[in-house]
Design a protein around this ligand. Sequence first.
Ligand SMILES: [Zn+2]
Length: 199
Amino acid sequence: MERAPNEIEALIAQIARLPGLGPRSARRLVLHLIQRRDQSLRPLLAALDRVAQSAQTCSACGNISTLPVCEICTAPKRATGEICVVEDVADLWAMERGGVFVGRYHVLGGTLSALDAVGPEELRIPELVARVQAEGAREVILALAATVDGQTTAHYIADALAGLDVQVTALAQGVPMGGELDYLDDGTIGAALRARKAV
Ligand SMILES: [Zn+2]
């Protein structure tokens, strides 16, 4: 294959490192953008710049949006008294795509891991306990992976909330062993949510 000029080659290499892309699709994408400079490349550049300026972590739930407190946390109709605990933002977005959960979220930012020395303070678990008290939540729904670390984290959270007047539940079977929420299809998430059970 003939080599593109250096700067274009460097761009292709950079895009090829993005998740879900490889050298072939990166090359095709870059060529597409260059050939449609005004319709594709410049609008994409502007959109990337806007997001680079404004993307931030929600101070309440840990979601990523363009506001200090995200749209989910500020929508009055999402104040259902239910808080769904997820490992990361990708899981939150997967739940939202499913459109089956109408409460609010809490992003942990990982799971407890003895191996990687991840403790409760690094996971926004103290913030969860504080939120449950401050918001008077009725139910905390754990949507964590069916891995050892995911289940260790679930039990730790259930213990941390044990003294409070809140029900702790977990998504039912449907989260595949070692599977991450992001890979579940929308129907599966809905079924796992409806059939959730007490921890
Ligand atoms: Zn939020």
